[in-house]
Write a protein that binds this ligand. Structure first.
Ligand code: BGC
Length: 471
């Protein structure tokens, strides 16, 4: 498994999941504070209030990355730290004030990362929308494209001298999850509104891209996408062909992942509903046939804005499903079907099936379809890790998981897909959204009572792997 010297190795985190300090230095509430503290919809009702206290302990965390040997660090910034909103907009629109103390924190963090000889890759939006903006309609309001672009403007003017890699939105299908009940803000809406929200998210992405490009001419811009990452059920040519047909088909999301009307399409294997507008400047024609008058209102100039040129594609990959030839259940007329996992399948603590091949065919497909350099912007697994009597965290299963996935990724690279880097999710155990602190995704264990960090065995394994590949 050799990815070559130019391949970038990194780790990824997100602001709300690690920073804590949710009410210090002028930071305002986000939809997640509301979802956890008021609505009590996460297992841990304090949400990210303390989390890993990264706000105060970032130096120790950067030191951990430095010792690990990563070249790149993907992190996100909290809009609610750098901008403050009052609730008296009236008809004057949203005019936030800049919170200097929030900018100061990211100055300290970024300078520290650079001093460690690590390149900071900034994600501008990883789900922590200021609550005041949700009160104004959040992603249901088309105006959000201006709110997020103003924030991108502030961040790129301020940090663009030191940060060159930017990602606009993290995982649009999961932002949509906030309107399917299982993520903040925890609302449920109908299909027409889903489609409208997706259009608004795409407009946010386009408008942010435009602003970043104008402010930082030598920037590299992308976004981090997600979704089930299917793979052929076997190496037989007919299954590989069936997989490709499934990927081409807008309705290929398996029914198990479609608990609500339309949601399977968006959370499932439908790459193209989100990505065709971005890379090709149009929604897939089939979408108009399926959704008819429920499709969003597309105004003049929307598609041009959405398809602002990008430099790379970021894909977060955790799991997928096997696709085989033939339509076994009679549900599909396209000559493919997904094979349900049997009982006792291999799973992670999140109960997600372990499907290493998701990093092979699916990534190759993305590259072939859009021809953009691909970075795996997240991949990893959760477990119930503990510090053992010998003081170590024996997470061999995570080493095994990562090795299996990376071996498949290397195959896609060998086949010619332009894959340029891998960010492990995550550096630290952290606040895992609805599942609270019960799932540990880190390669560094965090004792939430003492905030002690203990590198797990996977940390040392990843360190060796990076060192070998950089030789
Ligand atoms: C998200 C992370 C999350 C991870 C594991 C991704 O969907 O971007 O924030 O912690 O998956 O659930």
């Amino acid at each position: 498994m050799n990815f070559g010297k130019d391949f970038l190795w990194g780790v990824a985190t997100a602001s709300y999941q690690i920073e804590g300090a949710t009410d210090v230095d002028g930071k305002q509430e986000t939809v997640w504070d509301d979802f956890c503290l008021q609505s009590r919809k996460s297992i841990d009702h304090f949400g990210g209030t303390v989390a890993c206290d990264h706000y105060h302990r970032y130096k120790e965390d950067v030191e951990l990355m430095k010792n690990l040997g990563v070249q790149v660090y993907r992190f996100s910034t909290a809009m609610s730290r750098v901008l403050t909103y009052d609730n008296s907009y009236g008809n004057t629109g949203v005019k936030p004030a800049v919170n200097q103390k929030g900018l100061d924190f990211y100055d300290r963090l970024i300078d520290c990362v650079l001093e460690a000889d690590i390149d900071p890759w900034m994600t501008l939006y990883h789900w922590d929308l200021p609550l005041e903006l949700e009160r104004m309609g959040g992603f249901r309001n088309r105006e959000i494209m201006y709110w997020l672009a103003d924030y991108a403007d502030l961040m790129t003017r301020h940090f663009g001298d030191r940060v060159k890699h930017f990602m606009t939105l993290n995982e649009m299908p999961c932002i949509l999850g906030g309107y399917q009940g299982w993520m903040a803000p925890g609302l449920t809406i109908n299909l027409r509104e889903y489609l409208n929200i997706i259009h608004n998210m795409l407009l946010c992405h386009g408008n942010m891209t435009k602003v970043i490009r104008a402010n930082v001419q030598d920037s590299k811009i992308g976004f981090a996408h997600c979704g089930l990452a299917p793979f052929p059920a076997s190496e037989k040519p007919e299954d590989i062909a069936a997989f490709n047909r499934a990927m081409d088909c807008l309705e290929s999301a398996p029914a198990d992942y479609a608990p609500q009307e339309g949601s399977g399409l968006f959370f499932g294997s439908s790459l193209q509903y989100y990505c065709d507008p971005i890379y090709k400047g149009e929604y897939p024609a089939k979408a108009f046939e399926i959704f008819k008058d429920k499709m969003p209102l597309i105004k003049d100039g929307d598609m041009e804005l959405i398809s602002e040129e990008l430099d790379f594609h970021g894909q977060n990959v955790y799991q997928g499903c096997p696709i085989a030839a033939g339509s076994a259940d009679g549900k599909s007329s396209e000559g493919f079907h997904n094979i349900p996992f049997g009982q006792g399948k291999d799973i992670t603590a999140a109960k997600w099936p372990i499907t290493p091949k998701s990093l092979n065919y699916f990534i190759e497909y993305i590259y072939n379809r859009y021809k953009k350099p691909v970075y795996i912007t997240e991949n990893g697994c959760s477990g119930a890790d503990l510090v053992c009597l010998d003081g170590k965290v024996h997470d061999e299963y995570r080493i095994d998981f990562t090795q299996r996935y990376l071996e498949e990724l290397s195959k896609a690279k060998e086949k010619g897909a332009d894959i340029r880097g891998y960010f492990h999710w995550s550096l630290l155990d952290n606040f895992e959204w609805k599942s609270g602190y019960n799932e540990r995704f880190g390669i560094v264990h965090v004792d939430y009572q003492t905030q002690k960090r203990t590198p797990k065995e996977s940390y040392y394994w990843y360190k060796d792997l990076i060192a070998q590949n950089r030789k």
